[in-house]
Design a protein around this ligand. Structure first.
Ligand code: ZN
Length: 139
């Protein structure tokens, strides 16, 4: 079996191994003041302005509550197959993120609990299965 490859390893991983269907962990950050953000960055805290070593990486749970959803029927990038659904999720750990709904997810509505998992989205040039983050209704 070919190994798997994460599309954006700087943003997420899976604690149980990078396999299709594994629950993702998001690579966020925490400021000395307590503010939690995603993705990790060192430019500055959005709440207090601290930067540098005041900001440290932290793992965030990929569980949250759906705030909104919108289906994209035509994308400006012709290489991006449509339709797909963008979801806005309030993570349990604080940050609000915009991400993609899993293709095989049941229809979603605001207020529902959702979880981010690794989904197979294609093959790399070297035959690896490429995995990316997709949210779906929590099971
Ligand atoms: Zn801060």
């Amino acid at each position: 079996m070919q190994p798997n490859k994460l599309l954006k390893p700087g943003l997420y991983s899976a604690t149980s191994g990078d396999q299709k269907g594994a629950t993702a962990r998001l690579k966020g950050g925490r400021c000395r003041c307590g503010y939690v953000f995603f993705p990790m960055q060192t430019y500055g805290c959005e709440r207090c302005g601290s930067h540098g070593d005041a900001l440290t990486p932290c793992e965030l749970s990929a569980k949250g509550t759906l705030l909104a959803e919108a289906t994209v029927h035509l994308h400006a990038d012709k290489n991006r197959p449509a339709p797909f659904t963008i979801v806005k999720v309030a993570l349990d750990d604080g940050p609000v993120i915009r991400t993609v709904l899993a293709e095989d997810s049941a229809p979603v509505a605001p207020g529902q609990r959702v979880t981010g998992r690794l989904a197979a989205i294609g093959q790399s040039d070297r035959g690896e299965t490429v995995l990316d983050l997709r949210f779906s209704i929590a099971s």
